[in-house]
Structures are given as structure tokens and as C-alpha cells.
Ligand binder design. Structure first.
Ligand code: PTJ
Length: 252
């Protein structure tokens, strides 16, 4: 890894980039994952590289939904594993939600490596290496799912991914929580709750919220979910981005 000096103005962004490069070298993330990260970085730049108030609210709603769920599951791809394996496992533990490795550019070797990484970080139940069902309507490798995991889940958390699986999961009647820096993506528009935030900020936020909210009665959790509008959350994210652009424009 390149040594990034802590006083570099873009320290956090560069360290995150290094994590993903390491992920590719270790056979965790795909090469395509680097391009996806680049797209995410561009949106994060517009967002001001911070968790906005509307993202924070979506994170809270997402945690409440997972606590209310009967069978919550966390879906993990190469990028999520490279960037946030430890926090994924912590969240899995606090929410009692198993993890399933589901890859777009699937190879059995990468599934095994990601599963081993997750187990080394404390994840107890990791599905994905022996899928036994297919998600209807998908013709690619992401259709492969496990009945005890994503296939049988009622709420699925999908940190950053491509859109059609999100749509297919929603069509199956599941509630889908997406973490996606691009508020214009198909995933963002199809999900039940979209968190427009960087996965490296959203995951620790959600772990802290899950710890705080775990003991709440169901009616309080339902109250946290009530009134949430995904369209409004996406509009707020776009407004934040436009305001930042306009502010920059005034200073040129
Ligand atoms: O590991 P695999 O084989 O399953 O492949 C994973 C990737 C991410 C390569 C695959 O799902 C893919 O191609 O995704 P897309 O279509 O590029 O979509 C990724 C989305 O995530 C884009 O909308 C990005 O803006 C967003 N994104 C990228 N990095 C981050 C992010 N969102 C949150 N946090 C990030 N760090």
C-alpha cells in the first residue's frame, strides 16, 4: 500500500482507495470494483464527503427495519468486503443477521476468499458458497442465492451494487436497503430505503445506531420507519449536491 501522509488534504479518500486496491490484489474485489469506486468517489465529492442529515435519517430507518425484520440478511460483494468487512460483521452480530456473499463477477475462488475474510473478522454465519435457489428474473450470476440467506430474507441490506438485482429482490416482496452514493442509480430508485452515503461512513454509523436501538420496543422502531419516503431522501441528496455545486460556482 502507498503510504498516505495523515496531513494530506484528501487523506480519507486516498486511504479508502488504497483499501480497494489491496482488495483487488488479495482477490477480494474485482477490477471492475475499482471503476465502481471511482464513480462513487465522484458523487461523494459532490456530497461534500460527509454523512448528510438525510443520509443519517435513512441509516436510522434502515436499522429500525432490520431490527423489525424476521429474517434480515446482509449481502456482501467484493467492494463491501474490501472496504468494510469488520463493520459488516459487527452489524451482522448486533442485528443477528447472517451474511451472504453475492457477486456480480462471480468466481467460486473469490466467494471463498470473501467468506474466509468475513469469518476472520468475526462473522459467524456466512452463506453464498452453496447457493440452492435462483432469484427470479435475473439471468446473470447474481441470481444465485441461498434459501437460508438472501432468498428467504424479508429485509436485505445491499451495500453498493448494480440495479437489476435490487429490482428483482423488491419484486420478490422483500424490503431492500441500499447504500449507494449515486442517487440517480437504478438501485437507489428501486430500493425501499436508499442511504446516499459512502459505505465506509454508513456502516460504522449503522453499527452505533443498531447498538443504541436494539433494546427499543417494536412500536418505537415502527415509529422511526413511519413517514420515511425514499423519493424524498433521494431528492434531498440531489439538493445537497446541487447546493455544493452552486456554492463552488459562486466562488469561481
Ligand atoms: O464484487 P462484485 O463482482 O459483486 O462487483 C461489485 C461491483 C461494485 C463492481 C458491481 O456491483 C458493479 O459493477 O456495480 P456498479 O453498477 O458500478 O454500481 C456500484 C454503485 O455503487 C454505483 O452507483 C456507485 O456510485 C456506488 N458506489 C461506489 N463506491 C461506493 C458506492 N456507494 C457507496 N459507497 C462507496 N464506497
Amino acid at each position: 500500500m502507498t503510504d498516505i501522509p495523515e496531513n494530506h488534504p484528501r487523506y480519507f479518500s486516498l486511504v479508502t482507495r488504497e483499501l480497494l486496491v489491496k482488495g483487488v490484489k488479495d482477490g477480494i474485489a474485482s477490477m471492475q470494483g475499482l471503476i465502481a469506486q471511482g464513480r462513487g468517489e465522484a458523487f461523494d465529492y459532490l456530497l461534500g464527503e460527509r454523512t448528510t442529515a438525510s443520509a443519517m435519517q435513512a441509516e436510522r430507518v434502515a436499522v429500525a427495519l432490520m431490527l423489525l425484520a424476521e429474517r434480515p440478511v446482509i449481502s456482501v460483494n467484493g467492494n463491501a468486503a474490501a472496504l468494510a468487512a469488520e463493520k459488516v460483521c459487527e452489524l451482522s452480530h448486533v442485528l443477528n443477521a447472517p451474511v451472504e456473499v453475492n457477486l456480480f463477477h462471480r468466481t467460486e475462488e473469490r466467494v471463498a476468499r470473501i467468506a474466509a475474510l468475513l469469518k476472520s473478522k468475526g462473522c459467524r454465519v456466512v452463506y453464498g458458497d452453496r447457493p440452492d435457489r435462483l432469484i427470479p428474473g435475473l439471468s446473470h450470476e447474481r441470481a444465485k442465492a441461498t434459501s437460508m440467506g438472501i432468498y428467504g430474507a424479508d429485509v436485505v441490506l445491499v451495500p453498493l451494487e448494480d440495479g437489476d438485482r435490487c429490482e428483482a429482490l423488491v419484486k420478490m416482496g422483500k424490503k431492500v436497503i441500499a447504500i449507494d452514493l449515486n442517487p440517480l442509480s437504478r438501485t437507489a430508485r428501486a430500493a425501499t430505503v436508499t442511504i446516499v452515503d459512502n459505505v465506509v461512513r454508513a456502516m460504522p454509523n449503522m453499527v452505533a445506531m443498531a447498538k443504541e436501538m436494539k433494546g427499543m420496543p417494536a412500536r418505537e422502531l415502527s415509529a422511526a420507519v413511519e413517514g420515511f419516503s425514499n423519493d424524498r431522501a433521494l431528492a434531498q441528496a440531489l439538493e445537497e449536491m446541487m447546493e455544493n455545486v452552486m456554492k463552488a460556482r459562486r466562488n469561481v
